[in-house]
Design a protein around this ligand. Structure first.
Ligand SMILES: Cc1ncc(COP(=O)(O)O)c(C=O)c1O
Length: 460
């Protein structure tokens, strides 16, 4: 061995290539042997062709319905300017109720300037996970500002609101040991996180804390960690959760409580500072204050605020944080700027609250069904029929009002609706005009299209 000539770099490379080639040939031969038996006896074509997937065919049927009803596709409309109380689509100026720029801060020159300065200073990406070399001063400043805003010991920020719930719930809760109990109307990201975790899942009827109490009476003893997940303001119905009741129950059963503040932060409370302010809650009574930057904060990303021990654990362990890039400089700077503005300019929340009240009362006065919405910036107008919702949104679009229809299967057909997001920028005139047109067209559609429904196949 001693006198064997060492391989040159070129020879090493050739040897490695040869080994890899042999390995690939062996794997291909094994796959061929394995598949030859079964694929000759059964046809798997329907599983290898996307157009044959049943869910793809359901979508095709939905497009056909648009054609049948002679309405334009209301999805993926291109908004050609900053969207606040107004937007521009296809060159037309419209009133917008489709974006959750609740405080009008997306487009605020101070926020845009903060984002521009951050790009100047740090570039367009932090180009690494924060645990590696992605950490910037802005990240810590933002997390401290959030902790201050919410009154917690610490906070962590992630690149997406949706991913925040998925990765945090998915990682913190464990298969075979833990239980997640969540409101049946919880946002998709809470449910996705629960599924990912593998923990036992039980949904409780919407806002029914008595049912939750009973579920925990019956099941608490079988599990170690128990997580109760609720939203401050529900994203489809705009009602406010009775958080103090949920705190009582979580204490009684020694559970953890997550409150998703996506639609409550910046909007409810005496100064718009969310659930904690609205109910005068001790911040330590909620274990995970979750929120997103895409709404009142006019940015992109998500956060969890809570105790040091939780936040440190998440920073060193959560896959969606550790194995993902840090929030971008522009997004961090925008969220930091809006966190300060939210604290310094409560008049924005007051304007949003006043507009929401005007809209809700006006809708009720015109006999429109607003569901359980109560004093928040989310107000549904329930048509109770997906085809009617689609026709109504189309009629309003022609009148110069952009509002999104929410149809089956996103909600049951009888709960189909238009969802209005109210902002601090809307004017009284825009609100009154929109409500008049909504009432007028809904009444006409109900008369003219009394028996119209979505195709049966699509209603499941
Ligand atoms: C209640 C709730 N949680 C989380 C999210 C996800 O936030 P993002 O869109 O910022 O990812 C949303 C989005 O609308 C939401 O409504």
């Amino acid at each position: 061995m001693a006198d064997q000539k060492p391989l040159s770099t070129e020879e090493k490379r050739e040897l490695l290539k040869k080994m890899l080639r042999e390995k690939a040939e062996k794997a291909a031969a094994a796959a061929q042997t394995q598949s030859s038996g079964s694929s000759t006896t059964k046809d798997f074509g329907q599983f290898a062709d996307f157009s044959k997937f049943p869910e793809v065919q359901t979508l095709d049927a939905q497009f056909q319905t648009l054609g049948m009803l002679h309405v334009e596709n209301p999805y993926f409309r291109v908004n050609e300017r900053i969207v606040n109380n107004r937007t521009q689509i296809g060159g037309r100026d419209l009133i917008s109720f489709s974006s959750y720029n609740y405080l009008g801060l997306s487009g605020d020159p101070r926020v845009s300037k903060a984002a521009q300065d951050a790009v100047e200073a740090y570039g367009t990406s932090v180009s690494a996970s924060r645990i590696a070399t992605g950490e910037k001063p802005l990240h810590q400043q933002l997390e401290q500002a959030l902790a201050h805003l919410i009154g917690t010991e610490d906070a962590i920020t992630l690149v997406s609101g949706h991913a925040t719930n998925v990765t945090v719930i998915g990682h913190m809760m464990r298969q075979g040991k833990d239980l997640i109990v969540y409101d049946e109307l919880s946002h998709n990201c809470i449910i996705e996180g629960a599924v990912l975790s593998g923990a036992r899942r039980i949904a409780f009827p919407h806002e029914d804390w008595e049912a939750l109490d009973k579920i925990l009476e019956d099941n608490r003893a079988d599990y170690e960690r128990v997580l109760i997940a609720i939203e401050g303001v529900y994203s489809m119905d705009g009602d406010i959760a009775d958080v103090p009741k949920f705190i009582e129950i979580k204490k009684k059963h020694q559970a953890l409580l997550l409150v998703d503040e996506a639609h409550s932060m910046g909007v409810i409370g005496a100064n718009g500072l969310g659930v904690r302010e609205h109910f005068h809650i001790d911040p330590n009574d909620v274990d995970l204050w979750m929120g997103t930057f895409s709404k009142s904060f006019a940015s992109c990303g998500g956060y969890i605020a809570g105790r040091h021990a939780l936040i440190r654990f998440l920073k060193y362990n959560t896959p969606g944080f550790v194995y993902s890039v840090g929030i971008s400089p522009a997004n961090a700077a925008a969220a930091l700027a809006t966190t300060h503005i939210m604290m310094e300019e409560p008049w924005r929340a007051h304007a949003c609250q006043a507009n929401s009240k005007l809209f809700l009362e006006g809708a009720k006065a015109r006999g429109l069904d607003t569901g359980p919405s109560n004093g928040t910036a989310v107000v549904p107008i329930i048509t109770g029929n997906s085809a009617h919702a689609l026709l109504l949104a189309d009629a309003l679009f022609k009148e110069g009002i952009n509002v999104q229809p929410i149809l089956y299967p996103a909600v049951p057909d009888e709960a189909a609706r238009l969802r209005f997001f109210i902002t601090s920028d809307h004017t009284e005139e825009e609100i009154r005009f929109t409500l008049d047109k909504t009432a007028e067209h809904l009444s006409r559609i109900r008369t003219e299209h009394k028996d119209l429904t979505f195709p049966k196949a699509m209603l499941g």
